[in-house]
Write a protein that binds this ligand. Structure first.
Ligand code: DMJ
Length: 455
């Protein structure tokens, strides 16, 4: 059987998804080539039908603006760039760079999310700059971040959620941990590259401000007023909208050696393991609890929380991280694609959509980087093959409207180009442009350390 035929046969076998194949049956190099071929195919369709647009609609061939409401900023293109570069799709990368040079302009009278714009556009421009060294990419990242910084000008240092790119007008102080603390990787990198400390300082101030507001148990709630620092909710969760706050405490240490960030990560993680970790039918889960009393609030899990096993392992709690990832992998085995919401007490999906999510592949990637066990590559392989089986549409890969009936929606989020396609490729292929021993990937999968520019 040819390599391609083998992969196809495996995908078909996933009609009744199960971790049925052992390691010896998987040709990892062929699978890596397959990921690259799918990336090139989807890119070609985006290039032909939605060039320079934000989110691609792979069923209809249309596009949707994001993070601005009615103006495109080339989001998918920018999110894809370092993945294209790692895959040595150099013509495609050069094409994207040409578009940035000719078209990317942030002087727009429009309001966007400070968080989404930072992790996707600032991060995407910075990783593309680190890949090729082109100063235009750094210049655009700096211009964009200068336009975001007014949001951080609050009494607490916790940013407003939205800012107008041209006027600097801010809106919506009712924010959350992820939108408070997911800046240090991108802004710290920008400070390092420009010598201007304002970016790193704004990011760190916000991170510390929220950490200082933790409860006596050491837990964070999930809604807060940026102007006063008053909590607006009581729920502590490792899922959204708190998830990447914890990630960036660790990342400040991993990327910059900031011991203060590590201390914050350790304090918060100890509290989470003490008050949120539960076992249900032998599986590890993290319950939502009251941040001051630790009382359980919910057994529902958000799919986005499945990244957390990788973070726990990176931070040293390897057994806990592995156990949590195994719990999610079992849900993947059952449904093929993870539902957006899942209740571990009932074993049923609570939200049956899936927005083409990368989190389980992200966790598998981080665990695999630590121990190179094929257990994690098999989880990522099944994630990939299930995606090929059910999310593949006429022009690319799409969200699911229902993971139980396998009904497709019509939307490819920008992170698909930056996250899972990169995780799969780096795990399956032996990529000479990536330093497997010393690297850093942001919450959006942007490589901010570990790009090998010589080969
Ligand atoms: C990505 O934009 C980032 O990973 C973010 O931190 C939350 N999750 C989405 C993808 O699901």
């Amino acid at each position: 059987m040819s390599r391609r035929a083998f992969i196809g046969a495996t995908a078909l076998a996933l009609g009744a998804p199960a971790l049925a194949l052992d390691v010896g049956e998987t040709d990892w190099a062929a699978l890596g080539e397959d990921v690259k071929a799918e990336m090139r195919w989807a890119w070609g369709n985006y290039r032909a039908r939605a060039w320079g647009k934000d989110d691609f609609l792979p069923v209809s061939g249309g596009a949707r603006a994001f993070p601005l409401r009615d103006r495109h900023l080339g989001l998918s293109l920018i999110e894809a760039m370092d993945t294209l570069w790692l895959m040595a799709l150099d013509e495609e990368f050069a094409d994207a760079l040409g578009w940035v040079r000719a078209n990317l302009d942030f002087d727009v009278d429009g309001e966007l999310s400070v968080f989404e714009t930072s992790i996707r556009l600032v991060g995407g421009l910075l990783s593309a700059h680190l890949a090729c060294g082109d100063p235009v990419l750094l210049d655009r990242a700096r211009d964009l971040t200068d336009r975001l910084l007014p949001a951080f000008d609050t009494p607490t240092g916790i940013p407003y959620r939205y800012v107008n790119l041209r006027t600097g007008a801010v809106r919506d102080p009712a924010t959350n941990p992820a939108e408070t603390g997911t800046y240090i990787a991108e802004y710290g990198t920008l400070s390092r590259l420009t010598g201007d400390e304002r970016y790193l300082n704004a990011a760190k101030r916000a991170l510390v401000a929220m950490f200082e507001l933790r409860s006596p148990l050491g837990l964070l709630a999930d809604r807060i007023d940026a102007r006063t620092g008053q909590w607006l909710s009581r729920r502590a969760t490792v899922g959204p909208p708190s998830d990447s706050f914890y990630e960036y405490c660790w990342d400040g240490w991993q990327l910059f050696g900031d011991a203060g960030c590590k201390a914050m990560y350790d304090t918060l993680t100890t509290a989470i393991l003490d008050h949120q970790a539960v076992r249900h039918e032998g599986a590890r889960w993290f319950a939502d609890v009251d941040f001051e009393t630790g009382a359980p609030l919910s057994t529902e899990q958000d799919e986005l929380a499945s990244f957390y096993g990788g973070l726990l392992a990176q931070g040293g709690a390897v057994a806990e991280g592995a156990a949590y990832t195994r719990a999610w992998a079992a849900v993947q085995t059952r449904f093929g694609i993870l539902p957006e919401g899942y209740d571990y007490a009932t074993g049923e999906p609570t939200i049956r959509t899936n927005a083409l999510r990368p989190e389980l592949a992200d966790a598998a990637f981080n665990l695999w980087l630590l121990d190179r066990s094929d257990e994690w590559r098999l989880i990522a392989r099944d994630h990939y093959l299930a995606m090929k089986r059910w999310n593949r549409a006429r022009y690319g890969y799409t969200d699911m409207a229902d993971v139980v009936t396998k009904r497709q929606a019509d939307h490819c989020p920008g992170y698909w180009w930056s996250e899972q396609m990169k995780y799969y490729y780096l795990m399956f292929a032996d990529c000479p442009r990536f330093d497997y021993r010393d690297n850093y990937l942001s919450t959006e999968g942007n490589v901010l350390k570990g790009l090998r520019t010589s080969p």
